[in-house]
Ligand binder design. Structure first.
Ligand code: GMT
Length: 385
């Protein structure tokens, strides 16, 4: 198949899922065309069947807000026309699903033959998409997509609750490459960071407010106060970083915290980690936690959104009430003091991650592509008769 994949190129989960999916599809022989305003972060190796098309937005003095959605729609028109796309799979509804609708309309008869699939990821529904400033457009674009998927049951249900739609929403969960995300020996790295064998607590995110990185620092500080020797690795960057740095100073934990910034080889950092913290205020799935679990790292998370489905309380880690940093810290301390519990949870975490193995999920997307493609092409043929 000729498949167009549209995503945000940033470190966020929707871009990661889109990129890993595209790479997986290309390795199965499909022609994949990525479309975004920059090269997606995880698209960093040469793959025979992959093309990347950069959307550049022409600036003009009148445009205080250059219209990316229109530039994207124009690029989509080109791709559908000249690369003969069968499927256009857009990740994150805003503005991708709207641009796809526009592109199809612009192409008229030709546009009817391409199957537009929208994958809902998170805040495109739960926060920004349901804000009145975007809601009517998001609702319209969901309803006009040829097929819609969501990354968890929770997100599907939220979509039905927040938007007027009778569209069937297929749940296709996020996935992980368990062969890449597995515990590898990085003892030299561990020794450099923890010369005295301290525990490693890790957090990976894009440091937006919703990730509550300050809760992570709070929990970590309590772990130290309990006399547990530990280091905190903070991976990623974003708007909250400066606040987090200030908090580390205020709590006097700076010498035990490493800010590693954006990292390509997250699996190497996860490989020396003993605990992953995800205290998010909203999380439809929690892909970063899944990648940690795949590297045999137990997770302590909040209980929001899709997290309790992924992180099984008492088995793969602990699920605590949102903002309850006391309990999160208590559970971490309990785990670090109980070697047997910690070991069992590392095994369980990996086992749970294997339920979300990449190849199985890629097959689900391929199957959906075929079904939707056949149905739109049949409808287009009928229209012509
Ligand atoms: O929706 C977002 O905030 C953006 C998105 C991203 O690109 O980071 O994250 C969401 O999609 C991920 C991949 O499907 C999920 O693993 C995250 O849980 C989800 N984030 C939120 O719901 C906050």
């Amino acid at each position: 198949m000729n498949i167009g994949i549209v995503c945000y190129p940033t470190y966020g989960g929707s871009g990661v899922v889109a990129t890993e999916l595209g790479i997986g599809l290309a390795q199965k022989g499909h022609q994949v065309h990525f479309l975004s305003y920059a090269r997606p972060q995880r698209l960093n190796t040469f793959e025979a069947n992959i093309n990347f098309h950069e959307v550049s937005v022409n600036v003009y003095p009148l445009f205080e807000y250059p219209p990316y959605d229109l530039a994207l729609a124009s690029h989509m028109v080109d791709l559908i026309k000249y690369q003969k796309l069968d499927v256009l799979h857009v990740h994150y509804a805003i503005p991708h699903a709207t641009s796809a609708y526009l592109a199809k309309k612009i192409l008229g008869e030709e546009g009817k033959r391409v199957a537009v699939i929208t994958t809902l990821h998170g805040t495109d529904i739960t926060i920004v998409g349901s804000d009145p400033s975007y809601l009517p457009v998001v609702e319209f674009s969901i309803n006009k997509s040829d097929s819609v998927t969501a990354v968890s049951d929770y997100l599907r249900d939220e979509t039905y609750a927040k938007f007027k739609t009778t569209k069937e929403i297929h749940v296709i969960p996020n996935f992980v490459d368990v062969n890449r995300f597995k515990r590898i020996d990085r003892s030299h790295f561990k020794k450099a960071i923890c010369p005295d064998g301290e525990f490693v607590v890790t957090h990976v995110s894009n440091f937006r407010k919703v990730k509550r990185v300050s809760d992570t620092v709070e929990v970590f500080s309590r772990i130290l106060k309990a006399g547990i020797p530990a280091k905190l690795l903070l991976v990623g960057d974003g708007p909250e970083r400066v606040n987090v740095e200030t908090m580390c100073r205020t709590l006097g934990v700076c010498e035990h915290v490493r800010m590693l910034g954006k990292q390509e080889k997250v699996e190497e950092i996860l490989s020396i980690s003993d605990l992953f913290l995800m205290p998010s205020g909203s999380e439809t799935f929690g892909l970063a936690a899944l990648e940690a679990m795949s590297c045999s790292v137990p997770v302590i998370s909040s209980d929001v959104g899709g997290l309790p489905m992924l992180n099984i309380d008492g088995e793969t880690g602990f699920v605590c009430a949102l903002g309850d940093t006391d309990t999160m810290a208590e559970k971490a301390i309990e785990m670090f003091r109980n070697k047997e519990m910690h070991e069992t949870m590392t095994l369980n975490a990996r086992k749970r991650a294997e339920d979300f193995e990449l190849s199985r999920v890629i097959e689900q997307y391929e199957q959906l592509y075929v079904e939707v493609m056949e149905s739109v092409q049949a409808a287009a043929a009928q229209d012509q008769d």
